[in-house]
Design a binder for this molecule. Structure first.
Ligand code: UD1
Length: 336
């Protein structure tokens, strides 16, 4: 698993191990530390999970990893993900996100690793005309270099599996992953000021941030704030187990498949804030601020293809998810 020590990777590692798979976690730790990986070891009770500190932009290191291990499937998470930064420094994003994925595909192809799972994003849909979005909803031109790398990586995978007959691929398009593992031992650990809504909420609730800005309340939505498909991180992680199993068991219907990983239920920014207050019995200090450039008004998934083909479904309810996010924030603050 590339980029396996981060927010999504650590939750996926737990679910894969609990499903009986052996996992090698590889990460260059450029955007996280060992906190979550150590949490994964505690949750699973497995001190022996292999960890390789390496950069997938290095083709030699990537080759070596595949040379020295029998790898049946690879999940590619590694990549930069800050939308704003990608606009300021696009080459950093193109270089890192594309090079690392190309190296992974090449090494997989050359080492008999047939199964490649790519972590994509709902960002590829841009501002959709029709909601909810299905996998056939046309992608819109990306609004940021980050979003563009997601589209380009999808295309690289699609074209590669078409050309090289010994590999196949799945792209999972995540909607808005939030929350934390119920153990509160792993969760989202943004560096600096969080860009994403839920880490900003929990940091405001704990007093690290003074006030949460709600970016725009004049959108054409029921309450004027943006609508998203917030998906619990544990639910999202489980989708990877189903997708990996589908590949390993040769159940794919096409050499390249795409699945939306969302709940199918829209929730507004304001509904999420109120949900957080209710779930945790806390009051959030927030104010209405101007719209954030680049935000889409509303997007949520039609997850029926993943429900049917993967046999996966989002299950946790939003209050549980927001309680887990809060428990994780308190766990970090406790410094344990
Ligand atoms: C963003 C990225 C998306 C990425 C995803 C990862 C953009 C345009 N998209 O999605 O590509 O895959 O993160 O989770 O940046 N909000 C506030 N106040 C805040 C922070 C956010 O009101 O302090 C609002 C935003 O305006 C938005 C919603 O909360 O309407 C969700 O924002 P965020 O968590 O950043 O996710 P996205 O922008 O949907």
């Amino acid at each position: 698993m590339s980029g396996g020590a981060g927010f999504i990777g650590s939750h996926v590692t737990v679910e894969l191990i609990e499903a009986g798979y052996d996992v090698i976690v590889a990460d260059n730790l450029s955007n996280c530390d060992m906190t979550c990986f150590n949490g994964v070891k505690k949750i699973t009770g497995r001190e022996d999970i292999p960890f390789v500190k390496m950069d997938f932009c290095n083709p030699v290191a990537t080759e070596l990893l595949f040379d020295s291990n029998q790898i049946d499937a690879v999940i590619h998470f590694s990549g930069y993900k800050a939308v704003g930064e990608s606009v300021m420094d696009p080459l950093k994003y193109y270089k890192n996100n594309l090079e690392s994925f190309i190296n992974v595909i090449e090494s997989a192809r050359d080492h008999g690793c047939s199964n490649i799972l790519f972590s994509s994003s709902a960002t590829v849909y841009g501002e959709p005309d029709v909601l909810p979005v299905t996998e056939n909803t046309p992608r819109q031109p990306a609004t940021s270099p980050y979003g563009n790398t997601k589209q380009m990586c999808e295309d690289i995978l699609r074209d590669s599996v078409k050309a090289y007959s010994n590999i196949r691929g799945i792209a999972l398009r995540y909607f808005n992953p939030i929350g934390a593992h119920p153990s509160a031992l792993i969760g989202e650990l943004p560096r600096g000021v969080p860009n994403n809504l839920v880490p900003f909420i929990t940091q405001t609730a704990i007093g690290k941030r003074e006030c949460l800005s709600v970016f725009g309340d004049d959108y054409p939505t029921p309450d004027g704030t943006c609508q998203r498909d917030f998906i619990d991180i544990v639910d999202l992680a489980k989708a990877h187990v189903f997708a990996v199993r589908r590949m390993l068991e040769g159940k794919m219907k096409d050499e390249y498949e795409i699945f939306n990983i969302g709940t199918g239920k829209p929730l507004s920014v304001m509904e999420l804030i109120k949900g957080f207050e209710k779930a945790n019995g806390v009051k959030l200090n927030y104010k209405i601020a101007p719209r954030r450039p680049g935000d889409v008004t509303a997007i949520w998934a039609d997850p029926s293809l993943a429900n049917k083909e993967l046999g996966w479904k989002a299950e946790r309810d939003i209050e549980e998810t927001l309680a887990a996010a809060w428990a994780w924030e308190k766990h970090i603050a406790s410094g344990e």
